[in-house]
Write a new protein. Structure first.
Length: 344
């Protein structure tokens, strides 16, 4: 049984589909602060399987203990948390509370319930402004905002937890830029308010909810001047979690290799695309023209960021399969079929 915190969210719901399809039983623990229970109804429709749903908050240790015991979980995937960079600058304490305190309470509850395996959602944001590209896992860590620092702190807490208990099995996954949706068109990203991220914004322009895209700067030192990122299909990302669970299960405790029970792995494609590349690919698959305006650079943005994905291939046997066109096509299928997201 896999205990999935934040399982109703964007990446969590796609991971639940892959878990159920792979034959795992799943319990979702979510406070629905940034998601809809409808996502889980649809996960069950896609897979034809049931999952257990427990509404609760990760900062509530006793609720976590009760839920872990009820579910008889033997591993946890921890997605729950807040993720808006701008908001983390204006409400840092809230971010440290949900993210750092939430992770701490979860680890305590796991200890009480003798659950030793955890896969954690970290982010490429922990690297900050890249010193070199592509980014390998040993790139220096220098997050530039409270959201990024909360992820970095949780990573350190996990590494310390492993140092104190080498029977723990920990996989820290650093996601690059997750986009796209399940190819059923039933689940996808459903941002509240104005989307911060590029692809959901483009999707809302394409569907007519917004007038035009602002391109934040076209004077970066990239092939066309616009920012370059490593976009990764959310289904590829979800499958990365299944591979991480399998890799953790296969670690031999007799191996006596101090680092093997706690791994940190990039999940990206290794390929960078610019804002203009994404816009053109989206226009192609949707058949819609996406009006845009060039605007000043967004504060805190970097020119380019993409992963070296080799370690994931070596230790997880995982490689991204979907290309940019598939990411845009699946995003568009979700957005055009659900113009208001999960709200009917
Ligand atoms: P999301 O907001 O769609 O999902 C997060 C889920 O956690 C939501 O269902 C929300 O209701 C729940 N939640 C939030 N705080 C909670 C709490 N205190 N207790 C219980 N549930 C809580 O976000 P997502 O895009 O699916 O991201 C999942 C994880 O991946 C997050 O930790 C995020 O920081 C990380 N991540 C996301 C991205 C991205 O671009 N989407 C990139 C890198 C890392
Ligand atoms: C953002 C977060 C980062 C997080 C990542 C993945 C910030 C500063 N950083 O990064 O911490 O890990 O998402 O979710 O928010 N763009 C536009 N117009 C838009 C939106 C974006 O031109 O309306 C451009 C950006 O300038 C950037 C690219 O599109 O060059 C991608 O932006 P975005 O999707 O927000 O991702 P990141 O900047 O990588």
């Amino acid at each position: 049984m896999i205990f999935v915190t934040g399982g109703a969210g964007y990446i969590g719901s796609h991971t639940c589909v892959e878990l159920l399809n792979a034959g795992y039983d799943v319990t979702v623990f979510d406070n629905f602060s940034n998601s809809s229970p409808e996502a889980l109804v649809r996960v069950q429709r896609i897979t034809g399987r049931k999952l257990q749903i427990i509404q609760g908050d990760c900062r509530d240790r006793s609720a976590l203990i009760a839920a872990l015991q009820q579910s008889r979980a033997n591993a946890v995937i921890h997605f729950a948390g807040l993720k808006a960079v701008g908001e983390s600058v204006s409400k840092p304490l809230n971010y440290y509370d949900h993210n750092v305190v939430g992770a701490l309470r979860l680890l305590e509850a796991m200890q009480t319930c003798h659950v030793q395996t955890i896969v954690f959602s970290s982010s490429a944001t922990v690297y900050g402004d890249p010193v070199y590209l592509p980014i390998t896992e040993d790139h220096p860590l220098s997050p530039t905002n409270p959201y990024g620092r909360s992820k970095w702190m949780i990573e350190e807490i996990l590494r310390d937890a492993y140092r104190s208990d080498s029977l723990m099995r920990i996989c820290i996954l650093r996601y690059f830029n997750p986009v796209g949706a399940h190819d059923s068109g039933l689940i996808g990203e459903d941002p509240q308010g104005i989307p911060n991220n590029l692809m959901p914004f483009i999707a809302q322009v394409a569907v007519g909810r917004r007038e035009h895209l602002n391109i934040w700067g076209n004077d970066y030192s990239t092939h066309d001047g616009t920012g370059v990122r490593d976009y990764i299909h959310v289904v590829d990302l979800a499958i990365g979690h299944i591979r991480a669970l399998a890799a953790l299960k296969n670690i031999n405790s007799a191996q006596n290799d101090q680092s093997s029970g706690c791994m940190t792995v990039n999940l990206g494609t290794g390929q960078g695309y610019s804002v203009m590349d994404v816009l053109r690919a989206y226009e192609k698959v949707s058949g819609c023209r996406i009006p845009y305006q060039i605007a000043p650079r967004r504060s805190g943005d970097i020119a380019a960021c993409y992963a070296d994905p080799q370690l994931a291939s070596q230790v997880l046997g995982w490689k991204a399969r979907f290309d940019l066109e598939a990411m845009c096509r699946d995003s568009w299928r979700w957005q055009s079929g659900n113009p208001s997201g999960y709200q009917q």
